[in-house]
Write a new protein. Structure first.
Length: 159
C-alpha cells in the first residue's frame, strides 16, 4: 500500500518528506482515528485514507516538524475516521465526539507579518476564539481555508 502513495508523489524531495511525516506522525494519526472509530481495523483503514490524501497534497507541506503539519494531519485523520464512521453506520446523524477528540489544545501559530496586512493580533485572537467554538466540521474547514490557505476546491477534495 505504501508504494501506491509514493506513485502519487512526483519529486524525490516530496517522497522524502512523505516518508518522514509517515514515520513521525503515523502513531498520532492512528490514535486520532481509533478515538473516533474504537475498532483497530477501522482505525487502520482511516489512517490509510488520510495518508492517501496526504500524498495527494504533500507539496503543500512546508516542514515535517511543525505544529501546522501536525494540525493538518489531525484534521485529515479525523475527517477520514468520520467519513468511515458515517459510511459504516446507517445512522447519518451528527457524530458526537468526546472531549478527547476536540482540537482546543491545538493552537495555530501565526506570525505578526501575516497578520499585519489583515487584522490586529487582538482581532485575530477573537476570530480564533470564535472559530474554536464552532463544531468540528466548520472549525476544520475554517482552519483549512484561512490558516492553511487552501482553496474551496482543495478543501472539498479533502472531505
Amino acid at each position: 500500500m505504501f508504494f501506491i502513495y509514493l506513485t502519487l508523489i512526483e519529486s524525490p524531495e516530496n517522497i522524502f518528506k512523505f516518508n518522514e511525516i509517515h514515520k513521525k506522525y503515523r502513531g498520532m494519526m492512528y490514535r486520532v482515528t481509533f478515538s473516533v472509530l474504537k475498532k483497530k481495523e477501522d482505525a487502520e483503514d482511516a489512517v490509510q485514507e488520510a495518508l492517501f490524501k496526504l500524498a495527494k497534497n504533500i507539496s503543500k507541506i512546508d516542514s515535517v516538524s511543525c505544529k501546522k503539519t501536525e494540525t493538518f494531519l489531525v484534521i485529515l485523520s479525523r475527517s477520514a475516521a468520520l467519513d468511515l464512521y458515517r459510511k459504516n453506520s446507517h445512522d447519518r446523524d451528527r457524530v458526537e465526539l468526546d472531549e478527547e477528540n476536540n482540537m482546543d489544545s491545538v493552537k495555530i501559530e501565526v506570525t505578526q507579518d501575516i497578520l499585519s496586512d489583515f487584522i490586529s493580533i487582538e482581532g485575530y485572537q477573537k476570530i480564533i476564539s470564535l472559530i474554536e467554538e464552532m463544531n468540528d466540521t466548520y472549525r476544520d474547514t475554517m482552519k483549512l481555508r484561512f490558516v492553511f490557505e487552501y482553496s474551496n476546491a482543495e478543501i472539498s477534495e479533502l472531505w
